[in-house]
Ligand binder design. Sequence first.
Ligand code: NAD
Length: 343
Amino acid sequence: MGVFDRLGAEYEQIVFGHDPDAGLRTIIAVYSTARGPALGGTRMWAYPNEDDALADALRLGKAMAYKAACADLPLGGGKAVIIGDARRDKTDALMRAYGRQVERLGGRYITTADVGTTVKDLDVIAETTRYVTGTSGGSGDPSPVTAHGVWHGLRAVAETAFGDAALTGRHVVIQGVGKVGSGVARMLKQEGARLTIADIDAEAARALADEIGADVVGAAEALEVPCDVLCPCALGPVVTDKTIGSFKCAAIAGAANNQLEQPALARGLAEDGILYAPDYVINAGGLINVADELHGYDAARARRKAESIADTLREIFRSAESEGITPSEAADRLAESRIAAAG
Ligand code: NAD
């Protein structure tokens, strides 16, 4: 197999950037610019080897293209990784060297923060490239807009699963009450939902429960609590070979990335009668927020756009139903058709 096939022939451009003086080794994977510049974060991670770093950049870059297309943003998709330990290896010189690599792509790739990079890093990156969003002078923390989009998405989920978009009186279990999960919890509580929350940070869960009124369960139990909607807002996969079959909810819909350990598990959820909101569709509020910065940031406009996540989910659930496919497959098809139409 040739190197192009091995890397994934569907990618437009894969850049290996190197700056020995700054200790930079970066891979920028541009999946597509058919719909616009490829916007995606920079992940800094101590990958055990370069193959793992490349695989992560490719996987994440493609996911960004699908997320942007489903959110109907004028963006392609891409992602970058910097090989290194963010706590040990990060220096301003490295960030500037990385910014120069981004600048050389001439705007085909626009970066923002991801695991291992912060707003402060983006400010340093901005010294050497124009193609960066989410700096301290920009759109700021995307979590409130992500939470706003998830809450609207949950209304589309409730409408499809229960025939009524209102979440009043519905029992929602939120796994992970960090920046996004706590925001979703407050909105749901205001609407009159019954909440059960869980976090590996037991103190954070208890403090939020005391503030808004919610039951607390241990992190390990959260996935098996009988409820109307399970709302994953933590980290890591929720639906795995081990957990499938043990959910006692009518729907799974939340902010967490990569909720399915493998795509095929979506079929198992459908067979168990559980409505699954594809994670990259319902959690697109963060991307919508940084994308808005490209036109001069307007917080109200970003929030309004995040509300359209509900319409997208309705469309996805409808086509899944009519075509006899899972919502995940319907979301992938929607993204692929939009990318193909543009390209
Ligand atoms: P965060 O770090 O603020 O919150 C995550 C919370 O989950 C923390 O409180 C953590 O203690 C808890 N947690 C981790 N593992 C857990 C487990 N096994 N059980 C219970 N709790 C657990 O992160 P965040 O910004 O709120 O993001 C939450 C999720 O949403 C992540 O998967 C993230 O990738 C995704 N997401 C976030 C945004 C955003 O705008 N912040 C946008 C899109 C997607």
